[in-house]
Design a protein around this ligand. Structure first.
Ligand SMILES: NC(=O)c1ccc[n+]([C@@H]2O[C@H](COP(=O)([O-])OP(=O)(O)OC[C@H]3O[C@@H](n4cnc5c(N)ncnc54)[C@H](O)[C@@H]3O)[C@@H](O)[C@H]2O)c1
Length: 273
């Protein structure tokens, strides 16, 4: 595989499972040194061991993205140990699929804390470090001829419009689109690109959990609910972890230097806006 990311340092949040794991594998295959971070420390360690290469050893880390101070501390640790940060990908998240009238305040807070607040402060922590690496001449000019950092967030097709059964999740994912745009505007003068990926269905632990919750809320068979949803995707198949990782690798590569503030649907054509 072409080493488009040789010499780059990347933090992948949520690297212990599913899409994040696939992203960590792909960025490492393209030559990046990857910090594999997850709430599940054991899973982060396993991924880091799998993707470590001589000269580009992966660093495992435990992180709870709902804690802004911990995010800042992780970025500081990486800057001290490795010297820089070029890429942040945040895939950490949780789903909630439940009848609107039954969502509790505690459930709302948990989903918003992890998906929405977690994204905002992960982006803030990474951008602060990336900004420190930008040459003074670029800061003075307020424009850059190349990228000085790549940040990729994860939203969902559920962030594109409301969902009657995903009150908190859809709200948190709509917010991720807004956070991505705000960050893109804030850091464009420094040449830091910030974009989001919006998947439809990727068969991971989260998709299985979504179907389990759907079964509980509506009494529908989880497998049937999954098949029915996938049948409405124009490409007639779920996305793979590799489909997501390929899009992320593009958004982290020099090929996307002129792209910022965008939400890229990687969803088999489900949404077209
Ligand atoms: N799988 C899909 O169909 C789908 C569809 C649309 C959007 N997405 C989005 O893609 C992203 C990745 O989803 P996935 O399917 O790989 O899910 P997943 O459940 O397989 O992985 C999510 C990872 O996030 C970690 N995590 C959860 N809470 C955390 C916290 N507080 N701090 C740090 N890590 C935490 C989990 O431990 C897990 O390793 C999510 O943001 C999700 O909303 C997924």
């Amino acid at each position: 595989m072409e080493k488009r990311l040789a010499g780059k340092v990347a933090i992948v949040l949520g690297a212990g499972s599913g899409i994040g794991r696939g992203v960590a594998v792909r960025l490492a295959a393209e030559g990046a040194r990857v910090v594999a971070a997850d709430l599940n420390e054991q899973a982060a360690r396993e991924v880091a061991a799998k993707i470590s290469a001589p000269g580009a050893e992966s660093i495992p880390a435990r992180i709870d993205v709902s804690r802004p101070a911990d995010l800042a501390a992780l970025v500081d640790r990486v800057a001290k140990e490795v010297g820089r940060l070029d890429i942040l990908v945040n895939t950490a998240g949780i789903v909630q699929t439940k009848l609107f009238l039954q969502v509790t305040e505690e459930e709302w807070d948990r989903v918003i804390d992890i998906n929405q607040k977690g994204t905002a402060f992960a982006v803030q922590a990474a951008a602060a470090q990336m900004a420190r690496q930008v040459p003074d001449a670029v800061k003075k000019a307020g424009r850059a001829d190349r990228s000085y950092g790549k940040i990729v967030t994860f939203t969902s097709i559920s962030g594109r419009r409301g969902r009657e059964y995903q009150l908190a999740y859809a709200a948190s994912k709509a917010a991720v689109i807004s956070i991505t745009q705000s960050a893109a505007l804030a850091f464009a003068p420094l040449g830091i690109n910030v974009n989001a990926v919006a998947p439809s269905v990727v068969v991971t632990a989260m998709w299985e959990e979504n179907n389990r919750q759907k079964e509980q809320a509506f009494g529908v068979d989880a497998r049937k609910a999954s098949d029915e949803f996938i049948s409405r995707i124009p490409l007639k198949r779920p996305g793979t972890v590799e489909d997501m990782a390929g899009a992320v690798a593009f958004l982290c590569s020099p090929d996307s230097d002129y792209i910022t503030g965008q939400t890229l649907n990687v969803d088999g054509g489900y949404e077209m806006d």
